[in-house]
Ligand binder design. Structure first.
Ligand code: ATP
Length: 603
């Protein structure tokens, strides 16, 4: 499952799995493995080049302090100018290596991430409605961008840095031993101790800052609650109570944050003291060794520089490792999403038009419960046939299962029991996208994209010509209001453009459906009534659209379905009445008759 909340005991196990999952990322790296290896070579070269610096700097010192009789047999650099020149050369080479290392790693990473982004998006689009119905969808977008950003950082900088630090530690330690094993032992006696203490302290401090974070979110909840429910706060005259609650909570934040600050301060002083302490120790012992003639002054200088390099790398690896772990976590989240089961959609090609498809729909003893609520039967033993070109209306009280029935027709969900047939063939026999391509929905709440009116209509058929779009707008009774806008079809709708009325939005949705020219039409009537002029235009457009197509209408106002071929009354997931208006209205004490009377008295 996707990002399940884990308890502490599971954590170790899951993190092992996370590492395993992260390995799947290498499948994305594989096509570029050659390039990546070249990047690694540049990384190796630039790291080694930077390791030459302390050694040469020592030579520089020795060259400056030598009497001229001391020849350097190793590098044959006997004067200060040669050493300085060599240093410049090394830095120049390092600059070139680093450029290519960064360029190549970024190139490989961006290619890899582009593919990963595309695959994730593709996969998400193929997930079933049950996935999108769960709450976590709201955070999906930010999660994906945050997770991918972490991976980007990991592959462009963190991984390279980590490898560089390891190279520095290994090569540095070897060089330290080469210069003086005695001094290396002294240095090593302090360093590991520091690391153990640093890790221990670090974990403790992290816990404290997590606690502070939790407290901060707690206090934010108070702010959010009071301001969203400000009318409640004021009407109950509870300002005093809320202020006391907030004061208490923010004071707690301060206390915990200060506890954290004290420990952090202590930690910093310890590191400073221990670090300088160990450097002083090394210098002191080094000078003694020099007096004894075991080491040259330049070598001591190099030794100290190497110690600082190695020490800094040791210190840096813990943080880098933490960042790698974070990236591994992010990868796990992404692959958890990728492991969610998709609908059997074939997105390798455009959905097809099925020319001889008639649009006959049949429910055979269908029962259904939502996957998230297994013991709540929403539809019970539905038997229903809607013939080609027939107009079926569904009515019933709120929560009766009307929308659910339609979701089954759209195959957003599969029946838990029974069969759904299209043109007498089981629904599963059709390719899912081909089947959906035969349907169009005019929903209750029309949500338009933030583009032009033209784009919104063309969503019904992205390849439609200008004439077809205009014709569809005309049929949907939408053209007259569109033409009243200065920019006509090019008018931008939504937040950054004009706001359309409910009736206008519906007519655009109808135009979209006209353009799609479906065999099956699904209408979810708007619950909030439009003004009578608008309603007439919408109804008229719908009547035209329904002609010659199988249509299912969820009706909230009975006045609109008097002419329906068949009306089905749903109650608690069961069909309780069936017939046309004149038949149902006569049924004494029937649900339909009651609904009719209720609406007459309300209107
Ligand atoms: N995604 C879902 N997950 C779980 N239960 C759901 C889901 N959608 C609807 N339900 C439940 O299924 C039942 C039928 O809901 P449905 O939306 O089909 O009713 P409706 O007749 O269309 O109601 P309304 O007229 O109010 O829109 C309700 O009890 C509802 O709580």
């Amino acid at each position: 499952m996707f990002a399940p909340k884990r308890n502490k005991k599971e954590k170790v196990k899951v993190s092992k799995q996370a590492w395993k999952k992260a390995l799947r990322l290498f499948a994305y790296l594989k096509p570029y493995s050659g390039k990546f290896s070249i990047g690694l070579v540049f990384l190796l070269l630039s790291s080694l080049a930077s390791m030459v610096f302390p050694g040469l700097a020592g030579k520089l010192v020795d060259a400056g302090t030598s009497t001229g009789s001391e020849q350097d047999s190793l590098l044959n650099l006997d004067n200060i100018n040669d050493v300085a020149l060599a240093l410049f050369l090394i830095f120049g080479l390092n600059a070139i290596f680093s450029f290519f290392r960064i360029y190549i790693f970024n190139d490989v990473t961006e290619r890899m991430l582009a593919k990963l982004r595309q695959d994730t998006y593709k996969h998400l689009l193929k997930l079933p409605m049950s996935f999108f119905n769960s709450q976590r969808v709201g955070e999906l977008n930010s999660r994906i961008s945050a997770d991918i950003a972490l991976l980007q950082e990991a592959f462009t900088t963190v991984l390279a840095e980590f490898i560089r630090q390891i190279i520095i530690i290994v090569v540095g330690l070897a060089l330290l031993i080469f210069y003086s094993w005695k001094l290396t032992l002294i240095m090593m006696a302090t360093l590991p101790v520091m690391i153990v203490i640093a890790i221990f302290f670090g974990k403790f401090i992290k816990k404290l800052s997590k606690k502070t974070q939790d407290k901060v979110s707690e206090s934010n909840v108070i702010v959010e609650e009071t301001f969203t429910g400000i009318a409640n706060v004021k009407s109950f005259a509870n300002e005093f109570f809320e202020i006391a609650r907030y004061t208490k909570s923010t004071n707690e934040i301060r206390k915990i944050a200060m506890k954290g600050a004290t420990w952090r301060g202590g930690f910093a002083s310890f590191i400073i003291f221990a670090l300088f302490g160990s450097i002083v120790l090394v210098i002191w012992q080094g000078v003694l060794l020099k007096e004894a003639g075991e080491i040259k002054i330049g070598e001591l200088f190099s030794f100290i520089l190497y110690s600082v390099f190695v020490g800094a790398s040791f210190g840096g690896t813990a943080d880098l490792f933490a960042r790698i772990q974070k990236a591994v976590g992010a990868t796990e989240h992404l692959f958890d999403l990728m492991d969610e089961t998709t609908e059997p959609l074939d997105i390798s090609q455009k959905a097809q038009k099925l020319d001889d498809f008639k649009g006959i729909i049949e429910f055979k003893n269908v029962s259904f419960h939502y996957p998230s609520r297994k013991n709540h039967e929403v539809l019970k033993h539905i038997d229903l046939k809607i013939d080609h070109g027939q107009n079926l209306a569904i009515v019933g009280p709120s929560g009766a299962g009307k929308s659910t029935l339609i979701q089954l027709v759209l195959r957003f969900y599969d029946a838990s029991e029974g069969k759904l047939l299209f043109d007498d063939k089981p629904a599963e026999d059709y390719k899912l996208n081909n089947l959906r391509n035969q349907m169009a929905v005019v929903p209750q709440e029309v949500i338009l994209f933030g583009g032009t009116i033209r784009e919104n209509i063309a969503y019904g058929d992205p390849e439609a010509s200008e004439e077809e779009i205009v014709e569809a707008a005309k049929k949907a009774n939408a053209l007259e209001f569109i033409e009243r806008f200065e920019e006509g079809l090019e008018t931008i709708v939504g937040e950054r453009g004009v706001q359309l009325s409910g009736g206008q939005r519906q007519r655009i949705a109808i135009a979209r459906a006209v353009l799609k020219n479906p065999k099956i039409l699904i209408l979810d009537e708007a619950t909030s009534s439009l003004d009578s002029e608008s309603e007439k235009l919408v109804q008229d457009a719908l009547d035209k659209l329904m002609k010659g197509r199988t249509s299912i209408v969820i009706a909230h106002r009975l006045s609109t379905i008097k002419n329906a071929d068949e009306i089905v009354v749903l109650k608690d997931g069961e069909i309780v009445e069936k017939g046309n208006h004149s038949q149902l209205i006569k049924k004494e004490n029937g649900v339909y008759q009651n609904l009719n009377e209720l609406q007459l008295t309300n209107s």
